[in-house]
Design a binder for this molecule. Structure first.
Ligand code: ADP
Length: 494
């Protein structure tokens, strides 16, 4: 793979725009691929926040190109910016009509109504941009439905374009719940021929489905954990795409995400005010806990476990069962910090609970990267009762910081969290607590098991922390697996 040009196409990249784990992956993967000798570059839209971050980070745009691409019947103008930053090449696609807005995908819990126009523009501009740059990626690695048009275009509109001869595609599903579904007549916005509106291609329950198109047209498909790769081929987790995926099951690979060891490093974490810690100085973690409790307005008492949650307050994340379980949890004499945002009803319910238990619960409804780091560092346990979980990153961050995860046994959580109950069979691997049924009762039972070990068996707890901190969660191994998939895609294509 040495010097093989790979373009990672994503709708968000950590540092430039982020709503979730996709951004973390899109920034860490190209970094690691470059370390391993791949000429990996990344491209994303220039959102309003991206422009601010570029300025703030002193990341200089070296060259800009004018770009014009068809969206529906109009020719839309924009720019492609090239920027070398942190030893990596980034490209940004600008069009202020589409991207100079407060949100990334929408505002006030609503998707933007012109998302198909916005991402048609982006996808097409990526392909036209490669020609302007005179740089030909051998492989386009596309992330989620926002970039699904690229594998479709390369096999249709651009099929006979000699510039792209030999190019291959890998499509990664980060979350199959979001598929890019639109009305059939909107296909004209994309410039695709209406004959693609067929059951074998983009048609999906009388609508067009861009993720389905990418599954059909990509050379290979990956998703972000081995268990999720199996789960999305079942009716329980496939969100209607299980049969399309099953049809291509030999081409579906599960690669668990790594974490960026520079950003998430308990020893040197830029967001911690006090000294960090390692597995060899794990006692210093208690200082992080004290500082965190101070920051969150909760008092510190030795021996009271601090349990946290970070993330979207969504049905997927099981926020409803957390809310139901919270009063019982509090009676176990634990403290809780909850960081995230969600719909107004859920936020209100959480607010009521926080007001009811001001000594035990701190609720912060915001997106706050620094606080997220301090919560991961200072908490004893991390709660992740997701109904489904493609990979999950916060449990990996927690493990790296010796914060013990309590999770529902699903998707990437199966591949990364190994229950304490199996300690006799795998003493060096156990690192958390998981529950198989999905109910408040199951969640509470796992939580009570965790609290009991924390309170009564400090040596065992320390053992769990050391197991979790000593495991290699870095991107190196995952990037190697992606390289193997890239090689397979290129061979398949020949
Ligand atoms: P998602 O499904 O939302 O992508 P992941 O677990 O894969 O979930 O990744 C979530 C990422 O977003 C993590 O880096 C997490 O720390 C971060 N995150 C989520 N909500 C918040 C928040 N309110 N404040 C700060 N960071 C957050």
């Amino acid at each position: 793979m040495r010097d093989i040009p790979v373009l990672i196409v994503s709708s968000e990249i950590e540092g430039f725009a982020k709503t979730g784990g996709l951004a973390d992956v899109s920034s860490a993967l190209p970094k690691e691929l470059r370390k391993q000798g791949v000429d990996a570059r990344a491209i994303m839209p220039m959102y309003r926040t991206t422009r601010t971050y570029i300025k703030k980070m002193n990341c200089h745009i070296t060259t800009s190109y004018d770009i014009a691409v068809p969206v529906g019947s109009e020719l839309k103008q924009g720019k492609l910016h090239e920027c070398f930053f942190n030893d990596a090449m980034f490209y940004f696609i600008e069009n202020d009509e589409y991207f100079d807005r407060n949100g990334i995908y929408g505002e006030d819990d609503r998707d933007y109504p012109d998302n198909l126009q916005r991402f048609t523009f982006f996808n097409r501009a990526v392909l036209e941009g490669c020609k302007l740059l005179n740089w030909k990626p051998e492989l386009f690695h596309c992330m989620d439905w926002y970039t699904a048009l690229i594998p479709i275009y390369l096999k249709t509109v651009y099929l006979h374009d000699l510039y792209f001869t030999g190019c291959t595609t890998v499509f990664t599903i980060h979350n199959i719940a979001f598929q890019g579904i639109f009305y059939p007549d909107e296909i004209k916005i994309t410039g695709l021929d209406h004959t693609l509106y067929s059951m074998e291609k983009l048609e999906f329950f009388s609508k067009i489905n861009l993720m389905k198109g990418a599954i059909v047209y990509s050379t290979l498909i990956t998703t972000v954990s081995r268990t999720y790769a199996h789960e999305i081929q079942t009716s329980e987790h496939g969100f209607g795409l299980q049969d399309v995926l099953h049809e291509r099951s030999n081409d579906v690979h599960g690669i668990v995400n790594g974490i960026d060891y520079q950003l998430w490093n308990p020893e040197h974490d830029a967001y911690l005010e006090q000294d960090g810690f390692t597995a060899d100085s794990i006692e210093k973690k208690e200082e992080c806990k004290k500082a965190l409790l101070r920051e969150c307005g909760l008092s510190y008492t030795q021996g009271i476990p601090l349990i946290s949650f970070i993330g979207r307050f969504s049905h997927q994340r099981g926020i409803d069962i957390i809310i139901e379980a919270l009063p019982t949890m509090i009676r176990e004499n634990v403290q809780c910090i909850i960081l995230g945002t969600g719909d107004s009803v859920t936020e209100k319910r959480l607010q009521c609970l926080a007001e009811q238990f001001p000594e035990n619960i701190c609720l912060r409804m915001e997106f706050n990267e620094g606080l997220a780091h301090r919560i991961i560092a200072g908490s004893d346990m991390f709660l992740m009762p997701s109904r489904f979980e493609p990979c999950g990153l916060t449990q990996l961050y927690s493990l790296r910081y010796g914060t013990i995860p309590i999770v529902h046994h699903t998707g990437g959580l199966v591949d990364t969290v190994f229950d304490y109950a199996t300690k006799d069979a795998q003493p060096d691997t156990v690192n958390g607590f998981s529950f198989k049924g999905f109910s408040i009762h199951d969640l509470l039972e796992a939580l009570q098991r965790a609290v009991a070990v924390y309170r009564n068996e400090p040596e065992e707890w320390k053992h769990l922390m050391l197991n979790s901190m000593r495991h290699d969660w870095s991107w190196a191994a995952s990037a190697q697996k992606y390289i193997a998939v890239y090689k397979k895609a290129m061979q398949k294509h020949r």
